[in-house]
Design a protein around this ligand. Structure first.
Ligand code: HEC
Length: 258
């Protein structure tokens, strides 16, 4: 039997106390060291004879750490376990979702609903007319003023003046050019000789309805003129500055001016 040196024994006892060993362990410290200290640690893994034999001095240190207490539930974990599964903020979102789906489905259809006048107008605005280059792809403005959010409607209350504007382009710099009394920078080119009359009607319709936000119903006469057979000339003459020419065209097509 190997004697456990006194100082090691003491150390092991202190360590046990530090670890808050249960009362069951305490009496062991009073009993002669070799049997008690070695036995409990080794007994489970080795045969009884073997257990007594080595009685390694340091074995008490290998004793299992005290059972970890179950962690107290953290407040946030508790909150996660007890809260309602659908957060309050999500409820209106979920309620709105079906409506959004319907609205979204509606917007998917709109390209098919595109009338000929809007389709041509968009083509002119983005392409042949080059309007997007100065007024922005979405009409938000650039070198030229923004046309969205009713701005183009305020600039020309009457679509006929809008048509005449696009035909002629800017007057000399410094002149008032629109219904808001804004001053020309002479930055807008004329289009009467570059675009057909129908293309100009279409791009005006497109700018007012698609960009400006006008109701299609307000531009019924413009659309009828666009669709009238054999009434609209190939091109509008540059220099025309009064809506009377357009009124004359509508009269001959039997369209009541709006
Ligand atoms: C080279 C740039 C340029 C191009 C291209 C251009 N515009 Fe403009 N546009 C302007 C400028 C600049 C003004 C403001 C008037 C000025 O300062 O001369 C303007 C003004 C306007 C206005 C009046 C807006 C307001 O708020 O006063 C309309 C409508 C308009 N343009 C339509 C068109 C259409 C339609 C096209 C294409 C067929 C077009 N523009 C092409 C530069 C351009």
């Amino acid at each position: 039997m190997v004697e456990v040196p006194e100082h090691l024994l003491k150390r092991s006892q202190d360590r046990r106390k530090d670890l808050g060993a249960t009362t069951g362990d305490e009496p062991a410290a009073d009993v002669p060291p070799s049997e008690t200290a070695a036995a409990p640690a080794v007994a489970q893994t080795q045969a009884p004879e073997a257990a007594a034999a080595p009685s390694l001095p340091d074995l008490p240190d290998l004793e299992p750490e005290p059972e970890p207490q179950p962690e107290p539930v953290k407040p946030w974990v508790h909150a996660a376990m007890t809260r309602k599964k659908i957060p309050v903020w999500a409820v209106p979102v979920l309620i709105f979702l079906p409506f959004w789906a319907i609205i979204f489905a509606g917007t998917l259809e709109s390209p098919e609903r595109d009338t000929e006048i809007i389709a041509l107008g968009r083509e002119v605005y983005d392409g042949s007319g080059g309007c997007a280059g100065c007024h922005g792809a979405e009409g938000g403005g650039g070198i030229g003023p923004a046309l969205v959010d009713g701005e183009v409607l305020a600039a020309f209350n009457d679509w006929r003046n809008h048509v005449i504007w696009v035909v002629n382009g800017s007057p000399p710099a410094g002149q008032v050019y629109n219904d808001q009394g804004e001053i020309s920078t002479a930055g807008m080119p004329s289009n009467g000789d570059k675009l057909s009359a129908r293309e100009i009607l279409a791009v005006v319709y497109f700018e007012r309805v698609e960009l400006g936000g006008a109701a299609e119903a307000d531009l019924h006469d413009l659309e009828e003129l666009f669709e009238a057979e054999g009434v609209v000339p190939n091109q509008f003459d540059i220099g025309q500055t009064f809506p009377s020419t357009l009124n004359g065209l509508m009269a001959s097509a039997g369209i009541a001016a709006g």
